[in-house]
Design a protein around this ligand. Sequence first.
Ligand SMILES: Cc1cc2nc3c(=O)[nH]c(=O)nc-3n(C[C@H](O)[C@H](O)[C@H](O)COP(=O)(O)OP(=O)(O)OC[C@H]3O[C@@H](n4cnc5c(N)ncnc54)[C@H](O)[C@@H]3O)c2cc1C
Ligand code: SF4
Length: 523
Amino acid sequence: MLVEAGPAFVPSRDYPQTAPDWERHLFPERQGSQGRHSFAPLQRLDEHLRQQLGSWSAGKGRLNPGTHRHAWRYHHVRGVGGSTLHFTGEAHRLHPRAFRLESEFGLGADWPFGYELLEPWYVKAESVIGVAGVGESTRPRSASYPQPAHPPGFAAQMLAKASSQDWHPNALAVLSRPHQGRPPCNYCSACNRGCPRTDKGSTDVTFIRQAQATGRLTIMSESEVLALVPGGDDRVKELIVAEPGGVQQRVRARIYAVACGAVETPRLLLLSTNDQARDGLANESGQVGKNFLETLSWKSTGLSPEPLGSHRGLPADLISWDFNAPDAIPGVVGGCRFTHSTAEGGFNGPIAHATRAIAGWGRQHRRQLNEEFGNLLSIGAIGEWLPHDLSYIDLDPESRDRHDRPIARIHSHLDDMALARLRFMAKKSRDILAEVGVTDLREEYGSYDFFSATHVFGTARMGTDPQMSVVNPDGRSHRWTNLYVADASVFPSSGGGESPSLTIAALALRMANHIARRLARRD
Ligand SMILES: Cc1cc2nc3c(=O)[nH]c(=O)nc-3n(C[C@H](O)[C@H](O)[C@H](O)COP(=O)(O)OP(=O)(O)OC[C@H]3O[C@@H](n4cnc5c(N)ncnc54)[C@H](O)[C@@H]3O)c2cc1C
Ligand code: SF4
């Protein structure tokens, strides 16, 4: 049984890319498809750093004129398929050395196992999803990708040719060939608005669809789990679920796997208290909600002197892993990666170009748009986020949801190492653009003055030491023998900018195999 707080989306009905005003609509919101969360005050901005790392655009000027970092949002979707409904579809394996940050560098935490153990589960996840990509030397593979890589678009080809970095077609959960009744991609560039053709491998059209085909999956959508009830025997007894309309019911199972995302999973565990678990379920170590890891990101966009047609094609078709290893950035621990991301940054339609990339108004503005549209080039960077005491999730003492429960509160702080990494990401993005002849910058956007996280992890950490972690290497709570956590909350470290969903899927498949074996031996 899958209990999901949000609604089920219907791709052909809910993601209408063919509407004339498609660009004005982002991923559609439906009733209950956004959760609420709050932010503790974010840090004060330093004017000197703002000169280097502040967000701005030619059309709008300084994007955060305030004195403090602005809490924009934790981007997510509540719905059957979760946040993968609007993800870009990058399907990355973690760098093997990202599993050993503590033992190699004395920072963060090690994963309780290495890349080799997860490798067969990566293969399985790639085959269920239908990932298209090319092998690359830092991540050994026991099988080739199930789908051939997508050909990079024209802008990406130009970038790969002119830049001195090593670029590869990005590994994507986007079909290049038909797969299990889903058609190949038509390169409309709208993945983040939801793919109407279902060739993007979001969880609803891959894992959930295949589970439904077994006839053994029941989905309760628009049904929010209010709490898990701790029993007296180190087992979770039942769930309290609010069904549509607010009626509460109790649901019992032999095994429970929590996968609410790294903000809502700790919230749900912290809300699940009684005399058996006074500080929250599975929180014997006090680690639930700690070690919050967020997306450290940067994007620079400039105008190419040559026509590029960069508004078309896959949103992130080309990637460079040159600085992805944990020691690849000089003087900093934790790597990053760079992508061609013009369409991913929203520059895939004329409204974005007209409002963000060009200043002014009137005839001159119109002429400029006619001449320039399609010629922008964006380099996006995402980097490691190391755990520290000032970034965590707790329950907001002041704000409550419609069921009268405290909402999650996000505490986020950029430490010195994150700032140094971000400076590198920004400088390198500008250097790459300059190298390919793009010096007329039009927009820059990053984590220095905005909290805007798409990848979040770490708040129910996996490990072998019950004092320092929430779940064991199988994803099971150290104390509660029928409770598992199956989302990015269990990541001990974020990796050097890899997108997380493929690793979440590989971990979940491995966990499911472990649970099936337990059930088979009636454990
Ligand atoms: C714009 C964007 C682009 C992205 N691009 C990529 C990408 O290219 N590649 C990649 O790997 N990742 C990408 N991501 C990130 C990726 O979507 C997430 O990392 C991933 O979906 C997280 O999975 P999760 O299971 O941890 O949480 P989620 O996918 O957020 O799923 C949590 C689910 O739990 C449900 N839930 C929460 N609380 C309750 C409750 N109390 N009761 C019942 N249900 C509940 C929610 O409704 C939701 O459906 C992107 C994200 C965004 C926003
Ligand atoms: S670019 Fe491809 S995967 Fe993305 S929305 Fe369009 S058809 Fe779907």
